[in-house]
Design a protein around this ligand. Structure first.
Ligand code: EPZ
Length: 432
């Protein structure tokens, strides 16, 4: 599917009005789908976004023999039918989240085979932390070229004390899941703090797990504990990255926009930075809004420096779209990307649109603004840069074409429909 988005730029006019509802979080729902492998009964997951990565993960699970039923915004997974544990490489290499399936498969079925996981090309994205953790839990790891075969002892995984040299979101989640079925007390140190992690842990505990400290840098998991949902539905968290992206679009091109069904606390750092920048915004229960913004000039907003950081710091997934914001305001600022090695692939295209961006090194760029942007043909290199291009095209003067929007559809549900509903001039051209 090589669909395109056609965008007629607003040339800086701030006319978007209405409600932008936020969907369930990609980086929450995919982990809940992986967790379903551990459950002795079926697991229902709610507030599921209609995004490509959910489809891919459903295909991986059903390819293993699990039953996966999708109804509107709910997915029900029953892992009791799983009869194989080798992940389909054609699918698993398309999304990083496939790696999270390895913990539950190894823990429950004592084996898993996987390709090196794929997903966004924002760095080498090694999996050494996963393999080291599994080895410490007693698993054997055999690397065969770009594939890995992992096997647990007949007696199953044993608890371990694991210190992550890097804070890793999916390594924390994957080993936390595996540890619920390991014998004894596992301790994860230097664990990630992202809100999706305590949210998942709380549901696991309500289903029989004994996890403490999720949301802090030290998590303990006592196992083995059988997990049963007993009909409880896992409610996927609102997507904080989508909420933050909508807030930046609203700041640049919105007059009166309310971003609903979100948790403003999960994007606190962005809210603080945009408020300090001069954006007239209001925090409401489960919503954040820009009000009376149409008469504000972007050139009067102040820029700010960004240093991406693990939660609750500035999310690396909002870095590209924040760069678009800085091109439109009074900025002479630096973005320092501390998490990934190659996350500025978008800079060159923004420069071709008219931005003043200097790439100092693979992890730092300088952005000077305001500079007008002109529409052009674009293709986003990853999910988040794809959305940044869409926002840049909406703000720009003149038409833009964004190619291969599969990247954007991986993480954002029918984004053009929701943006068009508030007046953004975006249409999809389907190329089945
Ligand atoms: C998760 O990726 C998210 N993806 C990413 O979102 C997000 O950018 C990232 O966390 C950071 O917040 C999912 O949850 C599916 P990491 P993850 O492991 O877990 C290094 C998006 O657009 N590392 O926290 O893969 C790694 O290279 C995506 O939704 C190792 O060295 O990121 C990176 O430099 C993009 N060895 C750092 O740790 C390992 O074994 C943090 O990566 C694992 C990671």
């Amino acid at each position: 599917m090589k669909d395109q988005f056609l965008v007629r730029g607003l040339a800086g006019r701030k006319i978007l009005r209405g409600e932008l509802p936020v969907r369930g979080a990609k980086n929450d729902v995919l982990k809940a789908m992986a967790a379903a492998i551990l459950f002795e009964d079926s697991l229902g997951i709610g507030n599921v976004p209609a995004i490509e990565d959910v489809g891919r993960t459903a295909e991986l699970l059903s390819g293993l023999g699990a039953s996966v039923e999708r109804r509107r915004r709910e997915v029900r997974i029953d892992a009791r039918g799983i009869s194989r544990t080798d992940l389909d490489p054609e699918i698993a290499t398309r999304l990083r989240a496939s790696i999270v399936l390895t913990g539950p498969l190894l823990a429950r079925f004592k084996s898993v085979a996987l390709p090196h996981p794929g997903g966004d090309v924002i760095g080498p994205r090694p999996i050494d932390l996963f393999l080291k953790g599994f080895r410490k839990m007693g698993a054997s790891v055999e690397a065969r070229g770009k594939r890995y075969a992992l096997a647990a002892p007949r007696s199953g995984l044993a608890a371990a004390d694991i210190f992550f040299e890097f804070v890793s979101v999916t390594a924390t989640e994957t080993l936390m899941l595996a540890a619920t079925a390991a014998r004894g007390r596992t301790t994860l140190r230097n664990a990630a703090l992202e809100p999706e992690i305590p949210h998942l842990a709380a549901f696991l505990n309500a289903s029989g797990a004994r996890i403490r400290g999720a949301g802090t840098s030290t998590i303990t998991i006592d196992g083995p504990t059988p997990l049963r949902s007993r009909g409880k539905i896992y409610r996927t968290l609102p997507d904080r990255i989508e909420a933050g992206s909508f807030l930046i679009l609203a700041a640049l091109a919105g007059d009166e926009i309310e971003i609903t069904r979100c948790n403003p606390e999960h994007i606190r750092i962005l809210v603080e930075l945009l408020a300090a920048s001069g954006v007239p915004l209001e925090i409401r229960p489960r919503a954040v809004a820009v009000v009376g913004n149409g008469r504000k000039r972007n050139a009067d907003f102040a820029g700010f420096n960004i240093r991406t950081h693990e939660y609750p710091g500035f999310p690396t997934d909002l870095q590209a779209i924040a760069a678009v914001y800085l091109t439109q305001v009074k900025s002479d600022n630096v973005i320092f990307e501390t998490i990934f090695e190659n996350r500025f692939a978008y800079a060159n295209d923004l420069v071709k649109m008219g931005a003043d961006i200097t790439v100092w090194d693979p992890q730092r760029i300088a952005v000077k603004g305001p500079t007008p942007l002109s529409g052009r043909e674009l293709e986003g290199p990853d999910i988040r840069a794809g959305l940044a291009y869409l926002v840049a095209a909406i703000v720009a003067d003149g038409p833009s074409v964004i190619n291969n929007v599969y990247h954007i559809d991986r993480g954002y549900e029918r984004i053009e429909e929701r943006l068009a509903a508030v007046g953004a001039p975006v249409i999809r051209v389907a190329h089945p």
